[in-house]
Design a protein around this ligand. Structure first.
Ligand code: CA
Length: 309
């Protein structure tokens, strides 16, 4: 069982309202604070992010209604392939042996860019959940806009044109993953094993159950990313690390199950951001001598998918 430890190191909390609505000085100071957090921890809490409480609550409500549907209804929207990466996954439902259960029982629903030619989002029938699609897409778009603002703060701090990432990451090549961990009698230690994310940044809306931990600067201590009401936990992924020539950290994180936490259900919403597929990822200015050759964003992702696990 994971013991929750007090940690001397804490993940910085950034008031992003200063970037969104502040003076030029406030915008610059906020961008510096944010980038420093990513250089040191690869993680930050972002508050005053502009995604309304009403929308976040609607999203939670709709997800709860979706996951409460009978399994055979959910299976009609079954996740098909990594290329599409859309729809419902029921993972670990069969894992009942406590000795062997290293992954927790959880179910997921993924939403990609709507109106993509090749891959269609999968939606429950309107007569079952009339608002699910509209709320999911509205939430998706709000996260997309916040992600671009965060990247604009990076651009400002790195001395790039403010719209630098709008061009390279504006194709909506992002994914919203809704996660539901049902309450269970089966206690598990690890809900998600130690890993890094692949893309530019990930925006996480977590509930108050907690369990997310981030590897500390010493490479040994796990720092709990204790839920802060209304905050997003935003971390950098491997691609952003490479793009910034390893100046930004793509930090290892995991989700553990604190004592008693398995008895409560848990929802979390991860929004994974990626550049446009053909964006060339080459060392950004002001990040030192390039360590890596340029690579297309899509090839970087393929490399990650085939060289991990
Ligand atoms: Ca992650």
């Amino acid at each position: 069982m994971a013991e929750k430890k007090e940690s001397a190191v804490e993940i910085p909390v950034v008031d992003f309202g200063k970037f969104l609505h502040g003076s030029e000085e406030e915008r610059k100071a906020c961008a510096t604070e944010l980038v420093n957090a990513y250089k040191q921890y690869g993680f930050a809490y972002i508050v005053n992010h502009g995604v309304s409480k009403e929308l976040r609550e609607s999203m939670r409500e709709q997800a709860a209604k979706y996951f409460a549907l009978p399994l055979e209804e959910k299976m009609k929207m079954d996740w098909v392939s990594p290329e599409s990466n859309r729809g419902y996954s029921c993972i670990g439902r069969e894992v009942l042996d406590m000795e062997k259960s290293v992954q927790d029982i959880k179910e997921m629903f993924e939403v990609g860019k709507e109106g993509e030619d090749k891959f269609e989002n999968r939606w429950p029938p309107e007569e079952l959940l009339p608002e699910f699609k509209a709320v999911s897409l509205q939430y998706w778009k709000a996260c997309f806009n916040l992600h671009l603002e965060i990247l604009r703060a990076f651009a400002l701090e790195l001395g790039l044109p403010l719209d630098f990432f709008d061009k390279g990451c504006g194709a909506e090549n992002n994914n919203l993953r809704m996660l539901h961990y049902p309450a269970t009698e089966n206690h598990t230690f690890i809900r998600a094993g130690p890993h890094t994310d692949y893309g530019t940044i990930t925006l996480l809306m977590q509930d108050d159950v907690g369990g997310l931990e981030v590897l500390g600067p010493d490479g040994e201590t796990w720092i709990p990313a204790t839920p802060i009401e209304d905050a997003y936990v935003v971390n950098c992924g491997d691609l952003m690390k490479r793009w910034t020539n390893d100046t930004f950290n793509s930090n290892v994180h995991r989700v553990v199950c604190y004592p008693g936490a398995h008895l409560k259900e848990r929802y979390s919403f991860a929004y994974f951001c990626n550049p446009n597929k053909d964006t060339m990822i080459e060392c950004l200015p002001n990040c030192g001598e390039p360590k890596y050759p340029p690579i297309k964003a899509f090839d970087h992702l393929l490399y990650k998918l085939t060289h991990t696990h």
